[in-house]
Design a protein around this ligand. Sequence first.
Ligand SMILES: Nc1ncnc2c1ncn2[C@@H]1O[C@H](COP(=O)(O)OP(=O)(O)O)[C@@H](O)[C@H]1O
Ligand SMILES: [Mg+2]
Length: 405
Amino acid sequence: MDNLALNLQVNNSIKSGVTRLTLTDFRNYQFLRINAELSPIVITGENGSGKTNILEAISFLTPGRGLRAARLADIRRITPALVSDEYAPTEISNTSWAVSSTIQKGGEEFEIGTAVEKSARETNENDIRSFERRIVKIDGSKISSQSELGKYISAVWLTPQMDRLFRGGSQPRRSFLDRLVYAFDVEHAKRTANFEHLYREWYQLLKNGSKDNHWLLPLEENMASLGVAIAAARREQIAKLNTFIEHEPDDVFPSVMLELDGLIEKMLDKMPAIEVEDFYKNRLKEQRKNVLFNENIDGVNRTDFKVYYRKKHMPAELCSTGEQKSLLVSIILAQTKSQTLHQGFAPVMLLDEVVAHLDDLKREALIEKIRDLKVQAWITSTNPELFASLKNSAMFFEVKNNKVE
Ligand SMILES: Nc1ncnc2c1ncn2[C@@H]1O[C@H](COP(=O)(O)OP(=O)(O)O)[C@@H](O)[C@H]1O
Ligand SMILES: [Mg+2]
């Protein structure tokens, strides 16, 4: 423990986080600027005032679709005129949204910005459709892959939607896991995005009745090699976190055990990666007909992420709501600490209404841990009194009338 504390302290001298955040036409904000310190930041305000929207904006400084997994089209600020009779859906408006920021990492500053760009794409001779794409700029230069962002900033988040993480379908759990992976392995974001792209292409060809090996085989080959890399990276991350939790159990939040339930991940227990690639490739070929019958296709796109309450030997989905929240806090804390240790900079923590299901003891423990970790944590709550113990070590903002005070 002492060693860990010491190491974390050393690494935390490499402070990191968002020191300036500017939103333009983002959700309910026409223009919002926040100058922040690398400390806990408590954002309070009534329901619907725009607290979560600020956290969502920060989450767009990392790869992916942000903490709401939103459609890009929903983010642009809707003005009253747009929802009135005058709204003309076919008209392509120039208004777009943007998030720009100054990021600090180890005393160095970087400008990171993201926005949507509209372009037109010809789908056939008569049909030109506009589509939106998120672009990212680092110090003024457009980058080709969002995964670049991981070198400057990373984020972990807990949101009220995640209260259902263990009970619903596997997709949100998979995304949660993949985000834990790409904090350590920036290539993972690219791999999962590429895999999804290939998968859609393959699926569409099959749905259209194609039997053409000339197209299908290379797709299957690429999916197999990306898929095995994805599975291997997930296994590595789970092993890393399990080892970390075993050696550095938290004194308040329950220890978890993490497990992967996926065909390809399991095959990697049994045979070398190169053989799993062949296996996966053949498996995809065998499953072509399943696409036509709308049956499930086995592979890394179906892998589930299992969490157990270690001491109780209880699967998370059977734990109480409060326990599930505590298990998530455990994972997030372990991820934050192990990332700080191994990578030399801490992720930004985005904690949306996180204390809602925690009892007083756990809430105070969490606050103390955040303070001790010296990370930048953006915390929302409708009730500032719950954070009284942070009075001298955090910034407090109130959101009101689409402004921050
Ligand atoms: N695209 C948008 N344009 C304008 N307002 C939006 C948009 N999307 C969401 N909102 C508004 O943002 C508010 C919700 O903000 P949110 O950050 O979730 O609030 P809370 O403070 O409860 O976390 C709602 O009032 C909603 O109407
Ligand atoms: Mg909210």
